[in-house]
Design a protein around this ligand. Structure first.
Ligand code: RIB
Length: 353
């Protein structure tokens, strides 16, 4: 025998949850179901006293609107999907927080998913979000190309690329000049007197990794005209702390040994710092270290991490504003909002070899 309970969702007891309906609310408030519907969807046409009575009945009965049913009647979901590479990377959560701060103010809720650089995971999350009738999607694509997102454009789903450039007429995008960022980091090390550095990169299927590498190479070409500079490259399959820690042995066994390492992001740099500390290698005296993103923990480390700052929160805010314009403005034109990276010099690279 199962008890029928209205109101709160089922706990772990064997109960059947019968959700409170709009009829229950109407009965408690002493109005018609049409009046309850108006209070929920067009409160401005309902008298203040009636509106208050209905909202009190919603509160006391524990009524929760069925969004799917509401959407089937042509209602909006007030939901936006956010798909990033790695939610455990504070860069993406900070970008999410920026988007959330803008979209929540407009009554939206966000669905967040992490692809871990997998195109298959990305496709399944995008499909699930469309099935939930999200009103738009913010996405850092996992693939080197944007073919996997063509369906969103064909189906007219408002979409903004996060930290990734698109062709002008494809999507709106918010980006950082990662070529410039890679160049800033490498130039800093060369200007500090390093002549032989290693660029520690992530998978070059990720556009940001390719662009940062291009910036490092640009710095080598420019500064080698005056005196020889060298930037060798190591790469790993993912931009994580663990991958950073595992590569330290490879860096220390390079011959000749580099005097500085530039990491493709701060998580790799954190892993390198942990690996060096466990081997009593001094930073920056024995090996200078530079990261990329300028995540919050970088300034708290000892030595504090030099890094290329990406304005992650501002990227998220800008992406949300582009999306809202695409959702609301029939004259919307896709555009790119581009931010400049900034080198933040701290103790991890402050001593010349
Ligand atoms: O999106 C690829 C990388 O760019 C991420 O790891 C993040 O750290 C940013 O720097």
């Amino acid at each position: 025998m199962t008890r029928k309970n209205r109101g709160a969702p089922p706990t772990n007891e064997s109960r059947t949850w019968v959700p409170v309906t709009i009829r229950d609310v109407a009965k408690v408030a002493g109005v018609s179901t049409g009046t309850v519907s108006n209070v929920l969807n067009r409160p401005d046409i309902v008298a203040e006293a009636t509106r208050r009575r209905v909202l009190e009945a919603v509160e006391t009965t524990g009524f929760i609107r069925n969004t799917q049913a509401y959407q089937l009647r042509g209602g909006r979901s007030h939901t936006v999907g956010v798909v990033v590479l790695d939610v455990s990377n504070p860069f993406f959560t900070e970008m999410f927080r920026g988007a959330e701060s803008s979209l929540q103010a407009e009554g939206y809720v966000l669905m967040l998913a992490s692809t871990d650089d997998s195109v298959e995971r990305e496709a399944s999350f995008v499909r699930a979000m469309e099935e939930h009738r999200v009103e738009g999607i913010l996405i850092t694509p996992a693939a080197a190309d944007l073919e996997g997102l063509a369906g969103l454009r064909t189906r007219g789903v408002p979409t903004v690329l996060l930290d990734r450039k698109a062709a002008a007429d494809e999507f709106c995008s918010v980006t950082v000049d990662d070529v410039r960022g890679g160049e800033l980091a490498a130039r800093h090390l060369f200007d500090m007197g390093h002549t032989r550095i290693v660029f520690f990169n992530g998978p070059t299927t990720i556009r940001q990794c390719r662009d940062r590498r291009q910036g490092v190479r640009k710095a080598v070409r420019a500064l080698s005209k005056r005196s020889p500079r060298e930037a060798s490259e190591l790469s790993v399959g993912a931009l994580t702390v663990r991958h950073g820690e595992e590569v330290v042995e490879r860096i220390l066994s390079m011959v000749p040994r580099p005097t500085a390492v530039m990491c493709a992001n701060d998580l790799l740099a954190l892993g390198v710092l942990r690996g060096l500390a466990s081997r009593d290698v001094r930073v920056p005296e024995d090996l200078a270290v530079v990261g990329y993103d300028d995540l919050i923990f970088g300034s708290m480390l000892s030595p504090a991490l030099t890094s290329v700052r990406q304005p992650a929160f501002e990227l998220g805010v800008a992406a949300a504003e582009l999306l809202l314009d695409e959702v609301r403005n029939p004259e919307h034109r896709h555009r790119e909002v581009r931010f400049e990276p900034e080198l933040v010099v701290r103790a991890s690279s402050s001593t010349a070899p």
